[in-house]
Design a protein around this ligand. Structure first.
Ligand code: HEM
Length: 148
């Protein structure tokens, strides 16, 4: 009977050991989400605040936002960036095509907005890698936003 118990304990210990090794390896190789690396919702909210202030002061594009409800716009932008970067939020605004339809946004307008965003990301010292990843998430939306 004793040997059976020893065997059971041995097998159990081995299982735990292998389990820990796998978890350790996964932790070492699996990168944290962009959301996490950006600093979560507080950091994204700070970025959106600064970014929207830049857009509002940017004479190249601020005319588009003349009638915008800024707090609501900011909240939607935070949720959108949070969700798109792998965070726990749910974006509940309109899709990008419907939202920007009829605004006549050009390539130059789009680039001006991205420039304002990059200025904000630099101000907050967001590393190059995370900046690129965020822009890579937003970039594909361009085809639904630029209509002219
Ligand atoms: C990747 C780039 C962009 C993203 C991710 C983005 C995202 C958004 C989001 C989430 C909303 C809110 C939608 C809603 O209310 O349901 C919105 C609205 C809007 N966006 Fe964009 N946008 C982008 C580019 C642009 C550009 C380039 C312009 C103009 C220069 C622009 C002008 C506007 C305006 C005027 C509104 C409407 C605000 C209102 O309801 O009054 N967007 N955008």
């Amino acid at each position: 009977m004793q040997w059976k118990r020893r065997l059971a304990i041995g097998v159990l210990s081995l299982g735990i050991l292998v389990g820990c090794a796998t978890t350790g390896e996964q932790m070492a190789t699996k990168e944290k989400s962009l959301y996490y690396r950006l600093g979560g919702k507080p950091a994204i909210t700070a970025v959106v605040d600064d970014f929207v202030a830049r857009v509002a002061a940017d004479r190249r594009i601020n005319r588009f936002f003349a009638n915008t409800d800024v707090p609501s716009f900011k909240a939607k932008l935070v949720d959108q960036i949070c969700e798109a970067s792998g965070g726990p939020c749910k974006y509940t605004g309109k899709d990008m095509k419907t939202t920007h339809a009829g605004m006549g946004i050009t390539d130059a307008d789009f680039n001006a907005l991205v420039e304002d965003l990059v200025a904000t990301l630099n101000k907050f010292k967001v590393p190059e890698k995370e900046q690129s990843e965020l822009l890579a998430v937003l970039g594909p939306m361009k085809k639904d936003i630029v209509t002219r």
